[in-house]
Design a protein around this ligand. Structure first.
Ligand SMILES: [Zn+2]
Length: 148
């Protein structure tokens, strides 16, 4: 397993909820106050004229010793409809990335989009776990897309 790198920065309460993700803790970086979850600059207001950005992801969810590799533009809705025990990781990308992963792990495919959780698949998933919670990565991608 690749160790997850956690940057420990002293967090401070935001004066109000983050304009991007709604969380309430921030970090000071120079003169800026950033949301400590998604990285959005406190006080910046997402442009209402712009639609909420759609972040396409490939998700890796585990049930017992099997992993489903699928893709979604609305992972929160999608994952709530699939029985699983743990969300392991998100990878940025859509159908093309998903199909590439399905080919890459074809030898351990059990059926449908389910794969055996082997050492090799575990290593690939570990390489995607840049922060401990995949939803934080998703929030950062959303904040980045909103910034344009
Ligand atoms: Zn935020």
């Amino acid at each position: 397993m690749t160790p997850t790198i956690v940057l420990r920065v002293k967090s401070t309460p935001l004066p109000g909820p983050c304009g991007c993700c709604g969380r309430v803790r921030g970090v000071r970086v120079g003169t800026a106050l950033l949301c400590d979850w998604c990285g959005w600059r406190y006080g910046d207001v997402p442009d209402d004229d712009l639609a909420r950005p759609v972040i396409e992801v490939v998700y890796y969810i585990r049930y017992d010793r099997r992993v489903k590799i699928g893709t979604s533009r609305r992972p929160r809705q999608r994952l709530s409809s699939i029985r699983h025990e743990e969300l392991l990781a998100f990878e940025r990308g859509g159908r093309d990335v998903e199909q590439a992963r399905h080919r890459e792990f074809a030898a351990i495919r059990e059926g449908g989009e389910w794969f055996t959780l082997t050492t090799e698949l575990r290593a690939h998933i570990a390489s995607l776990q840049r922060v401990s919670d995949p939803w934080q990565l998703h929030a950062r991608w959303t904040a980045e897309a909103l910034r344009g």
